[in-house]
Design a binder for this molecule. Structure first.
Ligand SMILES: Cc1cc2nc3c(=O)[nH]c(=O)nc-3n(C[C@H](O)[C@H](O)[C@H](O)COP(=O)(O)O)c2cc1C
Length: 375
């Protein structure tokens, strides 16, 4: 049996194989972040098709932290019942599911649509332009967001999830604090890496206070910035953050990129040597932590993924775009159909038009289906 199908313990639970569905937003919630039956069905489908661990699409902890239209929310206790349906569906299918929680900070689409308090770590020239002026966060604002992460995690546990994952990557608020490109503060939240990581460390502590001692708390960490000139968060700093967060009690670290967001899903992954595109970074993080490490980004073929695990660089691999195209991919692999994922990494799936509606799907597959229908 391939090592990819060996079980592994994460915190207080076990997953049946090494495949993780990386958090993937599907634009299936209403404007207050309440999830739909379609979301529940999607998670059930992934669990039925042998995904070892599902990470739900990112959910905002406060309304002014919403980053994209129709994303999930976990900002009130009223959200708990619908998520209970989701966790039950996954558990009934013998799956495991954790929720990813986020605050968008300067990447807050909602305030551009509905107004509200538009907050940035620092007001910089490289922040998104929504036509409204952001305000630099005060200590009180920061404390409010930290507490909101804690409350959100409490709801995640009450809703029956197996764990909670902090979104600490892709230019959202945690990344905005970590990166010196977006964090120009001169107070205790900015400057040295110890100060820049203070926010995520405090978020972790607030979460730990609100959940049971053994409830698994995880992070998807943007372990370095990928700017053209090499400026920004370095991988050495990322490794320091990973080590510090492990000491705070995080039990599973998935690594990805920090700033800017457009480096999160490189396109054209069409050869094995282009796969596993954060492998060099994973090797550095591996040295800094002993907890299970998960590597996302360009996982497409079994031999590449097997090598990632066999070499000891990571313990799990996570996939996003391939499972949008083929939700049954892991089951196919388990059943012996070993061909690589069909996904050509065009990035067409992450193409929300800002208006909402169910617009996350594989555009290549849709084209193919249309062609076949026309014949
Ligand atoms: C449609 C879409 C939605 C995504 N939503 C999220 C999200 O909610 N949270 C997150 O951390 N990453 C999100 N990502 C990034 C993926 O989880 C992943 O890090 C990235 O796509 C690279 O992996 P891949 O090559 O397997 O696609 C999203 C990606 C896509 C394509």
């Amino acid at each position: 049996m391939s090592i990819l199908f060996e079980s592994i313990k994460i915190g207080n639970f076990e997953i049946k194989n090494r495949f993780v569905r990386s958090a993937t937003y599907y634009a299936l919630s209403d404007r207050d972040g309440f999830i739909s039956q379609a979301s529940v069905d999607l998670m059930r489908q992934l669990a039925e098709n042998e995904v070892g661990l599902i990470v739900s699409g990112f959910a905002y902890v406060l309304k002014n932290g919403q980053s994209v239209p129709d994303m999930n929310g976990i900002q009130t206790d009223e959200h708990i019942p619908s998520y209970k349906k989701m966790t039950k569906a996954v558990h009934d299918a013998d799956g495991r599911i954790v929720m990813q929680i986020v605050h968008g900070g300067a990447n807050a689409y909602s305030v551009s649509i509905w107004g509200g308090d538009y907050l940035a770590v620092s007001v910089t020239e490289n922040m998104p332009r929504y036509g409204i002026k952001a305000r630099e966060m005060t200590d009180e604002d920061i404390e409010k967001i930290i507490q909101a992460f804690g409350q959100a995690a409490r709801r995640v546990q009450e809703a029956g999830f197996d764990g909670v994952q902090i979104h600490g990557a892709h230019g959202y608020l945690v990344s905005q604090f970590l990166s010196p490109l977006t964090n120009r503060r001169e107070d205790k939240w900015g400057g040295s890496i110890e100060n820049r990581m203070r926010f995520v460390a405090e978020v972790t502590r607030a979460i730990k206070k609100q959940v049971d001692q053994d409830f698994p708390v995880m992070i998807k960490l943007g372990c370095r910035d990928f700017t053209a000139d090499g400026s920004g968060l370095t991988i050495q700093e990322g490794a320091q953050v990973a080590g510090a967060l492990e000491n705070e009690g995080l039990c599973f670290i998935e690594i990805s990129n920090g700033y800017p967001i457009d480096q999160t899903m490189p396109v054209g992954i069409n050869a094995p040597e282009k796969e596993a595109f954060y492998l060099p970074e994973a090797r550095v993080i591996r040295e800094a932590i002993t907890s299970p490490l998960c590597l996302v980004g360009g996982m497409r073929s079994l031999p590449v993924m097997e090598e990632v695990i066999k070499s000891g660089t990571a313990d799990c691999v996570s996939l996003s775009r391939p499972l949008i195209r083929e939700p049954n991919l892991i089951k196919h692999w388990k059943d012996g159909d070993t061909k690589p994922a069909d996904c050509i990494s065009c990035g067409g799936c992450f193409n929300h038009d800002g208006k909402g509606g169910h617009d996350i799907y594989c555009r290549q597959l849709k084209k193919k289906e249309k062609k076949q229908q026309a014949k």
